[in-house]
Design a protein around this ligand. Sequence first.
Ligand SMILES: Cc1ncc(COP(=O)(O)O)c(C=O)c1O
Length: 384
Amino acid sequence: MFIANKINLRIPGPTPIPPAVQAAMNKPMIGHRSGEASTLINEVSERLKPFFGTNEPPLLFTGSGTSVLEAAVINTVQPKEEAIVVVTGVFGDRFAKILTEYGVTVKRLDVEWGKTPEPEAVKNMLKQNPNAKAVFFTQCETSTGVLNPIDKLAPIVKEHSDALVIVDAVSSLGAVPFEMDQWGVDITVAGSQKALMIPAGLAFAAVSQKAWKVIEENKNPKFYLDFRRYRDNLIKGTTPFTPAVSLLFGLDASLELLEQEGLPKIFKRHEVMKEMTRSAIRALSLPLMTSDQDASPTVTSVYQADGWNSESLRSDLKNMGIVIAGGQQHLKGKIFRIGHMGYCDPLDVLPVLSAIEISLKKQNVALSFGTAIQAAEEVLSTYV
Ligand SMILES: Cc1ncc(COP(=O)(O)O)c(C=O)c1O
């Protein structure tokens, strides 16, 4: 790092915090049961609706993303019931682990990491498991950088089964389109520290009317994560337990920025960053982990190849003040991942690419400086 604490954070979450959001979080504390707090709670929930693509008011939790993954499980499925989990990486696997922990019979559709499922495979899973009460998907599988096509997969479930469709949109909501009501998604969960540009600590769940019927009948013991408490409180402009008020101040400010930009431009910005990154990686002849069709606009994964080491690359970048992510589970030491979501614009991608070139050259990879930058600039220049 050249300057102490000057970090270019390009991991797929937590993401950098815009100054206006940082400033909002420094506001003096208010009473969490005050009228002011109620207004804030009601307003942020209302303003989150377009990001989820729903008319249902998103519920607000204090917790990390996994808290609402767990909540989505315990509010819907019961021990010995069956649930299908489409596992495309670490976070699909996390749903399966939570379900297993609660005694639910898990039917896994394991998809090769770096790929999305064939619609036919999902259809077959539904046919083979007609008793499944819910089907769990991950929209962006952060560990590999695929974007599962929920717009195509959710309707398949609706067509062939009565199961609930439950989607983890933690690393995609606010960066890519999500049309919960239109696609037939029953529960969508998300977190604060990715495209929504606030620190970790807030989590969200939007719940369909169909899911509420199941939730009302669910007998699982639960307390902090009981969706009904959050729904009943939200109507009164409160949360059942003390909310992270400072993070709500931050959310209010981040929604302001996102609303000013507008959803179409936000989605476009992420598309451009994805295309710039992929084009640059290709120009360097490095192996992308995902196909163009499957790639997420929020994170790009690259396989390590002969002649250079991905952990040395990450360490060189760190020395230059740029933080990118490595692989998780069996991908540890085998890939690197560049986050390009949230408070990140196309020009922010260039320093990462430049530093990658420098590290590769240092590792004796034959390349001409500027190769990646040129490819990325060519993409960007078609958009400005
Ligand atoms: C897709 C996805 N789901 C769930 C989580 C878990 O969120 P948390 O670490 O906030 O509990 C993450 C975190 O990276 C994620 O990317």
